[in-house]
Design a protein around this ligand. Sequence first.
Ligand code: IVH
Length: 672
Amino acid sequence: MSNKEQVKARIKELVNLLNKYNHAYYVLNQSSISDYDFDQLLKELETLEAANPEFSNENSPTKRVGGDLTKKFNTVKHDFPMLSLSNSYSKEEIIEWGNRIRKFSEDKITYVCELKYDGVAIGIRYVNGQLERAVTRGDGNQGEDVTTNVRTIRTIPLQLHGNYINDFEIRGEIFFPLENFNALNKEKEELGEPLYANPRNTASGTLKLLNSKTVAARGLDCYLYGVYSNQEIATGHYEAVKLAGEWGFKIPDESQKMIFKCDTVDEIMDFINYWDKARVNLPFEIDGVVIKVNNYDQQSDLGFTAKSPRWAIAYKFKAERVETLLNEVTYQVGRTGAITPVANLEPVLLAGTTVKRASLHNQDQIEKLSLYNNDSVYVEKGGEIIPKIVGINLAKRKKDAQQVDFITNCPECDTELVRHEGEVQHYCPNEVGCPPQIKGKIEHFIGRKALNIDGLGPETIDLLFRKDLIHNYADLFDLTFEDLVELDRMADKSANNILQSIKAAKDSPFEKVLFSLGIRHVGETVAKKLARHFKNIEAIIMANTEDLIAVDEIGEKIALSLVAFFEDDVNLAILQKLKNAGLQFEMEEEDEPNNNTLESKTFVVSGVFEKVSRNELKDLIEKNGGKNTGSISAKTNYLIAGDKMGPAKLAKATSLGVQIITEDEFLAMISY
Ligand code: IVH
């Protein structure tokens, strides 16, 4: 074999191996190789492909991480129109549908019940086992080609295995798993940015991002619900779905009752009743169930109406919804100046908690709802943390009621608000003079994940600010014992502790200092990447947009924000003051693993944590010699369970006898 042939063969071998491991890990939830070994194989493939681009292809596992920027998505006509389902909201309608169907056919009818995933529809075409093209629903006749983004979704195979048919389209729903959605919003909160409204819209927005690397990082998922082809596939839908599972697709788990084949309407009702309750435990959102006639011949006899198939119907769950009064819309100013309108409601009980407030997100949202002062509003709560207003009881609107007008000036400092082109959020531009922005930045600076300065709560910061003792975070380093003890209820000991903690902040590593500056869009991960890449603050200040974008995971939005921050003289003066105070503005020697306390131990980290972020936990595991994996297997030693963890993971860990520990227990293990 020539050298080139050997390379080609090795590339093929690596592609097959990596696809196999990926499928085992993401679709079957079995871990068959360590993260480290997987990364080694991936790196080898990347290197070989870079040196031999003629052997690289679009469906290589190296494309999973995303890469090139898409300029715009092309419009593509669907081979089979993408119809919707007729909806029903009562069990009577399902019974009527069942009766109608039976009139059509003398033969026995078998139904398949499935979940109605609440996400975005996608049609993916495979030719000769290779993912060819992925298109959104669009208007049903034509959609957008989002193939580059869809390739990053790990549960969607790039290359099929088994006895697949040569040319077909598979349709399914791309959705945002709740764990990933809530983690993304937690990050947004930490960045002082407005939160995403709900998993469905965010999945849809994510799928249309031009930067596929961001898509890859967000962790979308997909379930498939239909195979379409001019070739014969199987006798019915259920059988086709099973086959798709054999070819490598993620299909609903029958043992968890996610798909159910049955012969009677009573059994359909059992399925509906089961999921109406059990859906709260799913790690993703569903908005109903779908019932389909299984047999393909019977399906084609039944045919379609103009909009939807007669052989299928959706039963939509009623979300728990309550009606209450809108008392007032107030406006919060975040530390970055982002303005969030908040609906203050007459307190009302919803899904076990008392709801007093709901986010209205932005001006567009208020206008879309066409909200009037003192309206009677309907409130719902989904898998996301914040309740939302979904409608208005117009019958109760008073005749002289006034529409809610979005404010034009900052409620705190009266500066005129700005709304940048292409953005939905209003901002108060008075970064250095607007009290909640100043205080918010100081609170961020001393936060646990930033410089971790103890003893200074929001009240103390407010007092210090009002007494004119601090105007920005650098002023903290000028505080004296006298300044502090003179504050209300401040004991000598507490004052000393605060001073001690401020002093200790000077030992914080550069990446933490960079994060604590509170630069818009610069979260923990970005700060880490910047620190490791540029090594010191001068290099970051000198960097232009292109230099910044060249760093992994830094996009234009972050780059522009960094450039604007370091162009500002006030910020530079504050930085100088921090430097004079002795903070670390350059990287120390690359952090080596601290010790090997966790050697040969494998961890899965899941959920939302209080003291440290999920990424920090993973860092700590690695620094202490342990290994991270994404899914639980018999090889997992510990599951670190946080809040909002998916019940499936918990159940799996319990059944495999994996030790489940809390964040605190883990931190104690490494004496953190
Ligand atoms: S079957 C001919 N099955 O619900 C229509 N749809 O309006 C075939 N959906 O846009 C659709 N889960 O994206 C089907 N198990 C499921 C589904 C499902 C969610 C979505 C689908 C469609 C909408 C129906």
